[in-house]
Design a protein around this ligand. Sequence first.
Ligand code: GDP
Length: 139
Amino acid sequence: MAGNKTFTMIKPDAVSAGNTGAITKMIEEAGFRIVAIKKTQLSPEKAGEFYAVHKARPFYKDLCSYMSSGAIIPMILEKDNAVEDFRKLIGATDPTKAADGTIRKLFAKSIEANAIHGSDSDENAAIEGSFFFSNTERF
Ligand code: GDP
């Protein structure tokens, strides 16, 4: 059965463009409850750890420097069928391919600076959520 939690972070391009409020509003209006939220900045090393699965990809180094270039807003979100529904809300990785009305279509600048992250499985949602937060059960 699909779980009810997912993990997201608003990426540096969207935070620096002042889109945190608009994106958070879309997330809540789509029925997600914010369980945990903060503003922080990743070091290049921490960004590399978060995206370790992409280590062999040609864009890995650029991705790590982009993801550590400014503030991010990580969040744990709750909703039925959270992972799948949230991936639909954010749209395709490449904003030129993202469906109309999705967060990436509206706010992403490029395939790399694509405004927002969304976990791709229940297992990764749990791993990624605990990368940034602890003791969130009671929220
Ligand atoms: P996601 O699950 O939709 O975020 O996509 P992936 O897991 O495949 O990629 C992780 C992140 O790496 C994306 O969200 C982008 O920020 C970045 N990325 C993915 N593909 C490319 C690419 O072809 N070029 C560059 N520069 N960045 C990419």
